[in-house]
Design a protein around this ligand. Sequence first.
Ligand SMILES: [Fe+2]
Ligand SMILES: [Fe+2]
Length: 212
Amino acid sequence: MLYINGAGSGDPEAYAIAELVDVPAFGEDSAALTFEHMARRCSSTTLHAALKGIAADESRHQLWLACLQQSLPLLTPDPEYKKRLRLFFRRLAHEDLQVHFARIFALDSAVCQLLGTVRSRCAPLAAAVNPVFAGIGRDEARHVGVARRAAGPLLGTSRGRDLVAEVREGLTHVLAHRANAFETLRVDPDRLFLRLRRMPQDGGGVGRLTLG
Ligand SMILES: [Fe+2]
Ligand SMILES: [Fe+2]
């Protein structure tokens, strides 16, 4: 097993990053399949192209994270946690595309916040971690824009805000299991979770995609 910058399995920062990378790595696979499935059943050409683009991005993220994981310490298997992660990501999917996109808006905007926070604390591992986090961050920021447009006015309603809050609450619950990893990277988990629970700014001024 290779470790970043020669770090061994005893390197707490490398292990912490491995623990944090494990969370999105688990979601990318199901995300790519879900977006492919949604693209197939969508009749709007614009949205179909957007969904296919997101599916391709998520497949690429899966690959990038898998490569990064090759350079990080192996985690102790935790089937119970895997079960919780699987449940969290599975619950994002919804037949109603606007609901689904409201949830994707909530999740991907939270991922952008997370990547930004963790990236700034990965200095010793920056050469391996930064290009991956920067690439994913760019794509996720684009997904936030697509999701915001596709969710349309729902995001401005109390139901939309509840959907966003539920996803972000759920995310902080699964991340709480990795609180020690944040502490190892000198990120205060309580403050981070508080920020993640806040309603993200929607930016406004972006047109709507037509759902079909
Ligand atoms: Fe992704
Ligand atoms: Fe995404």
